[in-house]
Design a protein around this ligand. Structure first.
Ligand code: ADP
Ligand code: MG
Length: 694
């Protein structure tokens, strides 16, 4: 089948492919000719300079060229077959040696011209063991130029596809096809930023004539990738901004002052600033689309409470969406304490409520009696009409992806949206993951919080840790003990909350009140436990990561994390954020004997760094963006070429240019931007349809 655009032709129909190899190529993500051209090398080998054999030293990795003078197979004393080839040029002689490949004898011929590439060693003779080779017979494709005597690309492979095969295939495909690749970058952007032409870039990313060309090719391709992504984000952002039919909240005189008066503490400077930014957004008829990115414990909840108060004063409803029921319950407790006395009706909507209870909440929502509804995402989305909702707060949702955010707008929701996260996101990552949002950051803690001390302790010193826990509890404080698992699993040897709970309750702290909390418990049960813990009726709470997000018990000062190496840095940081929330000095103890070096490095970093933003940078550079924050879970496609850490300058540049372009041509409807638009639509299919740009 011939597709309209020849680059969309199946790679299968290229010479030398066929159905069987096509299946193998598919494993590499290569389906079409276009995919093949955009299949980038993993690294390069410089085989360009051909050395006269006389100049080859032992230990040199180099390329030589000569004629096969003699070749033979012989047997070592141990019975191994050795194929040995003697190659000479006008200056000297070198041997190519291969073990256990006697069949090479019938592949090569005396008198052939040949190129060898590899590491030379000097024994009695000069020798290369298992060198790469290329026979310089006048082969019809002229392929000697693909594999030797140049900077040679090395591609990621899959089983049954050889380096040479793939390289030759790409080499041949470039010729006929590279000229059909469309230039999607606007000319002025290319000129201004000195970006290579796409055809030059594709040629040179595979078969560069020199390293400068390679650099230019790489820069261009990475720019293109980021530019497409950022343009998509800019389109999204522009789309939201264009609606000026959102709610214009009115702010009555003195609202902020009276809010501050009702609080038991003075707001921090950053809380003040966040509030005024949010207030400004909410006054405007353009729907708010703001991310409040705040360090754990920096006090985001009260900022959200002010925004909720504002929307209620304007006669609207507020909705608070959170990822877990525990967090919903906690917010319900905190917010009721504040709002109920003001005559504001606040309701909790979570899956584990009885059917009647849920029905009652729904009724109140329908009848407009509920002012604030707090619950988990799905439930709120199913049950709360957003028509009368002036503000949606999405809390602790670091996995609230682009497509989910898009959904709000798709449904024509005009509400202001405030997304809060305590997962600090390095700036570069924020540019990709949250590129469509306005961002407010809060890094400072409220005053009077002594810093948390973190210690990484080997498991054999467990008893001393328990002794310390006991001392703290006798002083009136409380402790968390966190395990990676709920239940014991065979053989894994990883701490489980259930076992730990039994051990602590029966053997270590029989005289104290210990409780177990985990995600599989009934909601009523969890709620009761959380309330008891808050009221200091429980001394030690044994749990899993369920306590990771949001929980706020200022009297808890100790957190012991077992098998801490099982957790990612972001998770550890979230957990540690559960302590150090009050006036007391807090301690985080990691009990862990990790075997692997990476894990040790992570724990060391965690012990040393307290600032979530610094940790996030660290995590990003240790693990890469995909893993560190799960870019995929953010609803973004993987970034294939660029590296948002190493290439952050290119990323920032691409972002600037993309946003500038969309500013001028908000739908990319200009004829000159048509190809760019097509590529964006194609790449973000199913994610950006709501844009209605297509
Ligand atoms: P997070 O930003 O992690 O969601 P919270 O909103 O749960 O943090 O706040 C953490 C704790 O700090 C809460 O107990 C809250 O009452 C308290 N808090 C918030 N703002 C201040 C402030 N300005 N001064 C003192 N304590 C504050
Ligand atoms: Mg919070």
């Amino acid at each position: 089948m011939q597709a309209k655009n020849p680059l969309q032709n199946k790679a299968q129909y290229l010479k030398g492919v066929g159905p069987k190899r096509a299946t193998l190529l598919e494993r590499l993500g290569i389906d079409t000719v276009y995919d093949l051209l955009y299949y980038l090398p993993r690294r390069y080998e410089d085989r360009s300079g051909i050395l006269p054999i006389k100049e080859v030293r032992g230990e040199d990795t180099c390329t030589v060229r000569g004629r096969v003078r003699a070749h033979s197979v012989w047997k070592t004393k141990r019975g191994m077959l050795v194929y040995d080839m003697t190659v000479s040029d006008s200056t000297g002689t070198i041997h190519g040696v291969w073990y256990n490949q006697p069949y090479l004898k019938s592949y090569f011929k005396s008198g052939q011209d040949i190129i060898l590439y590899g590491k030379a060693e000097k024994f009695k003779y000069l020798q290369m063991t298992h060198p790469d080779y290329e026979v310089l017979s006048k082969d019809e494709d002229g392929l000697e130029t693909a594999h030797m005597g140049r900077i040679v690309p090395i591609y990621p492979l899959t089983q049954d596809i050889t380096q040479k095969y793939l390289r030759a295939l790409i080499y041949r495909s470039l010729d006929g096809n590279v000229n059909m690749v469309k230039e999607i970058l606007p000319t002025n952007i290319r000129a201004k930023n000195k970006l290579a032409d796409i055809r030059f870039a594709i040629r040179n990313i595979h078969f560069p004539n020199n390293f400068d060309n390679l650099k230019m090719a790489y820069r261009r391709l990475v720019f293109e990738e980021f530019f497409i992504l950022e343009s998509a984000l800019a389109l999204m952002k522009g789309r939201v901004k264009k609606h000026s039919d959102g709610i214009s909240h009115e702010v009555e005189e003195g609202l902020f002052a009276s809010f501050q008066k009702m609080l038991p503490f003075k707001l921090t400077k950053e809380q003040d600033e966040a509030i005024s930014e949010i207030e400004k957004d909410m006054r405007s008829p353009v729907p708010m689309n703001r991310l409040l990115e705040g360090e754990v414990g920096s006090g985001k909840t009260v900022v959200a409470m002010y925004a909720l108060l504002l929307t209620i004063k304007n006669g609207f409803r507020g909705a608070v969406m959170v990822p877990t029921e525990i967090l919903a319950q906690q917010h319900y407790l905190t917010m009721s304490e504040f709002f109920m006395p003001l005559g504001i009706n606040i309701r909790l909507l979570i899956g584990s409520l009885s059917r009647e209870a849920k029905e009652e909440v729904r009724r109140e929502v329908r009848e407009g009696k509920a002012d604030i509804v707090i619950g988990t995402h799905s439930l709120i989305q199913e049950n709360v009409s957003f028509e009368k909702t002036g503000l949606i707060v999405v809390d602790e949702q670091h996995k609230f992806g682009v497509s989910q955010r898009a959904l709000f707008r798709q449904k024509g929701i005009k509400s202001d949206v405030l997304i809060m996260t305590a997962t600090p996101i390095p700036r570069t990552l924020a540019l990709t993951v949250y590129g469509d949002l306005d961002i407010t950051t809060m890094r400072e803690m409220p005053e009077g919080r002594p810093p948390i001390s973190t210690y990484w302790v080997e498991e054999e010193r467990k008893d001393r840790v328990y002794k310390f826990v006991r001392e703290e509890i006798l002083n009136g404080r409380q402790a968390y003990v966190i395990c990676p698992r709920i239940e014991k699993t065979e053989k894994s040897g990883i701490a489980s909350a259930e076992e730990m709970y039994d051990e602590l309750r029966n053997d270590i702290f029989p005289d104290l009140k210990t409780a177990l909390l985990h995600g599989r418990m009934k909601a009523g049960e969890k709620e009761r436990l959380m309330r008891d813990f808050r009221n200091n009726k429980i001394n030690i709470l044994v749990s899993t990561v369920v306590i990771e997000v949001g929980i706020d018990v200022p009297n808890a000062t100790v957190m012991v994390i077992l098998d801490a190496d099982r957790f990612g840095l972001a998770q550890l940081h979230q957990m540690r954020g559960r302590i150090g929330r009050g006036e007391y000095k807090s301690y985080c103890v990691l009990l862990s004997d990790p075997k692997n070096e990476n894990a040790r490095r992570r724990l060391e970093a965690f012990e040393r760094l307290q600032d979530g933003f610094e940790l996030a940078e660290q995590d990003l550079s240790m693990r890469g963006p995909g893993e560190a924050l799960g870019t995929r879970q953010h609803g973004l496609p993987e970034i294939r070429f660029g590296d948002i850490v190493a290439d952050k300058d290119i990323l920032e540049l691409a972002r600037r240019e993309a946003f500038e372009l969309i500013e001028k041509d908000s739908n990319l409807s200009d004829e000159r931007n048509r190809d760019l638009r097509d590529v964006i639509m194609e790449r973000y299919k199913g994610k950006l349809e709501f844009l209605g740009v297509g």
